[in-house]
Design a protein around this ligand. Structure first.
Ligand code: FE2
Length: 359
């Protein structure tokens, strides 16, 4: 297709995204990075000094990553200018800006948005010293983006009315009529939509439609975000909700151990236990590639990884950084095998959900 047509399609996509997606907020109000974040150590253990200024488009909220990004200049001498926004909207903006994009690095909340840029040829291959820090499952097959922190899909359940044994191994189990009136979901949430995209990729369009209709038949209560959904689970308004794992730990911190919800991970490679990542990629048009690489390397430094583990309760991508001990270890999640780059078709998911009247 010609350029004009391509841009109009992208713009149409961008506005659709703008209407139907809300960002996936962090679980906890983050603390200033202090000594936990941004040590002057790099992945090689040596201080990396790089002069230069970079522009980062961040789909991760300022309240969450701001304290970390503020450390970058001090620690590695790279001046970071940040444009914050919704991940899907920033990806659409970069696609629309094309070669003229001011973005040097895209820091995205989910892999699908990075996959969209990779497929459009807008990302460049990352150096091996960066890629080698992270499990191959959590990076682009072409080496064009890398996971920075992991977020698992879970079923939050009410601990006063349910035990793990009452919960089905597969997310399909919730289409059983016995769950009628007991389910909560946040359909405008970006991570929920990425999960639906994963179901379309893994099980096909028809099955994804069937699952959504099956849940709709059980009259799910709609929540505006993951936090309100898990609070409804704990209060008993609903018994289960489909959300990301880290919201629980934000609530436990705020409300204490008696908060009556916990996380359940579907089993046997079920898409309900999808592991997605927030990640970063460098634009092929980046003006100072060295500085951009130093920045991505910084996100995978021990200090930054500890920041994500301790402040946002996500899974660190660097293996030797410990996950919060209350969180099911990555090695025990029976997550589905999926190339996360293929979660790029958000618009297809939005159209499906619209057709079914969910959005
Ligand atoms: Fe989130």
């Amino acid at each position: 297709m010609n350029l004009g047509r391509r841009i109009s399609v992208i713009v149409a996509g961008a506005s659709l995204v703008g209407l139907l997606v809300t960002s996936c907020a962090p679980a906890a109000a983050p603390q200033p990075a202090g000594k936990t974040a941004g040590t002057s150590q790099t992945t090689t253990g040596a201080p990396a000094k790089s002069s230069g200024v970079i522009t980062v488009y961040s789909g991760r909220a300022k309240g969450l990553v701001g304290p970390l990004l503020d450390q970058v200049a001090k620690d590695i001498g790279v001046e970071v200018r940040v444009r914050y926004g919704d991940t899907a909207q920033l990806a659409a903006a970069i696609l629309e800006e094309g070669n003229r994009t001011p973005a040097d690095v895209f820091f995205a909340q989910d892999a699908g948005a990075l996959g969209a840029l990779s497929k459009a040829g807008q990302l460049t291959k990352l150096p091996d010293n960066i890629l080698n820090r992270v499990d191959k499952k959590f990076q682009s097959v072409k080496g064009e983006w890398v996971g920075v922190s992991g977020r698992a899909r879970v079923v939050a359940y009410n601990t006063q009315t349910l035990k793990e044994a009452d919960l089905p191994e597969s997310i399909w189990g919730f289409t059983d009529p016995k769950w009628k009136g007991r389910i909560g979901w946040p359909p405008t949430n970006g991570s929920f939509q990425a999960f639906v995209t994963a179901m379309r990729v893994l099980e096909g369009e028809a099955k994804a439609r069937e699952w959504l209709k099956g849940i709709q038949a059980n009259s799910p209560k709609v929540y505006r975000d993951n936090t309100t959904a898990i609070q409804a689970v704990a209060s008993g308004e609903v018994q289960v909700a489909f959300i990301n794992h880290y919201y629980l730990f934000g609530q436990l911190k705020e409300k204490g151990e008696y908060f009556a919800a916990r996380n359940y991970y579907p089993k046997k490679g079920d898409v309900g236990a999808l592991m997605n990542v927030a990640g970063a990629g460098i634009l092929s048009t980046a003006k100072d590639k060295k500085a951009a690489e130093a920045f991505v390397e910084y996100l995978l430094s021990d200090g930054a990884q500890r920041y994500f583990a301790e402040q946002t309760y996500e899974y660190p991508m660097v293996q030797w950084i410990p996950t919060d001990p209350r969180i099911l270890p990555l090695s025990q999640i029976q997550a589905p095998n999926i190339d996360l780059t293929n979660l790029d078709d958000l618009n297809g998911t939005l159209k499906l959900m619209q057709e079914l009247g969910i959005l």
